[in-house]
Design a protein around this ligand. Structure first.
Ligand SMILES: [Zn+2]
Length: 160
């Protein structure tokens, strides 16, 4: 399952990448609505949008599309789990860079010496590097936030 999101869904795009989903976002590329529909068709991606008109156009062009009506990230993830059976990953072995959608590969601690703060090096053992933008990741505080959000999404799913 791969996605292309409109420019209003930048935050959702980052979350989907953190959960391992290849997600392009219009906020990162110079594209218009026609381009988004073409990308969805050419690359077999599901279009995510908050734009009713774009949603209707995508549907009539035969593109799989979801009209996102949630107000916050928990609402939006709940909607995707319901409509697409999205799998909520909460493991740091995610393979997609949250900032650029590049591929992450795990590297040894030795390879990141001098590239991350010494305190991080002392307290972490697993590191990942983005093949596209070079950003280095480790299992830091943001994973707590991811687990917390995933917990809230699961809670919401069982309540309703
Ligand atoms: Zn990257």
């Amino acid at each position: 399952m791969r996605f292309v999101a409109d420019a209003m869904l930048g935050k959702l795009a980052r979350w989907l990448r953190m959960m391992g989903y290849d997600t392009l976002c219009a906020a990162d590329m110079p594209v218009d609505d026609d381009d988004l529909i073409n990308i969805a068709v050419d690359e077999d991606r599901i279009l995510l949008t908050r734009d009713q008109e774009l949603y209707e156009r995508a549907k009539s062009a035969g593109v799989s599309a979801v009209y996102m009506n949630g107000k916050d990230i928990v609402d939006q993830l709940v909607q995707l789990v319901r409509e697409l059976d999205l799998d909520l990953q909460e493991s740091p072995s995610t393979l997609v860079c949250p900032s650029c959608n590049g591929r992450l590969v795990e590297v040894s601690k030795k390879e990141v010496v001098g590239m991350v703060p010494a305190t991080v090096l002392d307290t972490h053992d697993r590191f990942w590097v983005c093949q596209s933008c070079g950003q280095i990741y480790w299992e830091g505080n943001h994973w707590k936030k991811i687990r917390e959000t995933v917990r809230m999404v699961r809670e919401r799913l069982t309540q309703e």
